[in-house]
Design a binder for this molecule. Sequence first.
Ligand SMILES: O=c1ccn([C@@H]2O[C@H](COP(=O)(O)O)[C@@H](O)[C@H]2O)c(=O)[nH]1
Length: 232
Amino acid sequence: MTPAPIAVALDAPDLETAAQWASLVTPHVSTVKVGLELYLRYGPDVIASVRGASGVQVFLDLKLHDIPNTVSGASRAVARLRPAILTVHATGGPAMIRAAVEAAADDTQIAAVTILTSLTEADLGRVGLLGPADDAVRRLAGVAVEAGATALVCSPHEVSAVRAEVGKGITLITPGVRPAGAATQDQARVATPEQALADGADLLVIGRPITGAADPGAAAAAIAASLRRQVS
Ligand SMILES: O=c1ccn([C@@H]2O[C@H](COP(=O)(O)O)[C@@H](O)[C@H]2O)c(=O)[nH]1
């Protein structure tokens, strides 16, 4: 069976737990995601540990955000790990995004994070991004794609607007995904996996609804089966 287009966020406090989650979910999902918590604690070795024997795609979610020269060096530093996806913040601007793209391995997609899915429109207003989240997300998406990013991170709420803005060739990645009835926790702009996929997302990032379940493998399998039913 083809694994579902889900990246499981391995936000674990230790490497053993992350590797165990990865081995439980990899029969069902295409990708596992390593974020700041694991990478800052364990460094590059974490990638081999979660990739394991299955060779699952690894998404390295470091959300780089600095001057172009520094981001270029960081992108080059992780190139040997060959992540399938590496994130940068789109608000770092076009030169920074281009620097990440140019320094990345050929088989790594640079994904630009538009507006974090934890932010409400009220939060955006407070940091000076007045108006609907859609507007800022679409603007940042356009800048990032022009600078060479081939993937974008946005919430499921904006995915159809972003698709209309950037067309088919760009990979749209959506965190802020919650199965019906699940707690939203610190996520603000959320939708169900089925809705996110229907609206045009290519890869759904799902963490705690899977890793916080009594059986993460079964939780991943259930969401994957529901997505499969939707496309069949
Ligand atoms: O806008 C963003 C960008 C990245 N994330 C990351 O996705 C996961 C979501 O985990 P859940 O447990 O499903 O909430 C997490 O690793 C974030 O760092 C995001 O949520 N929003």
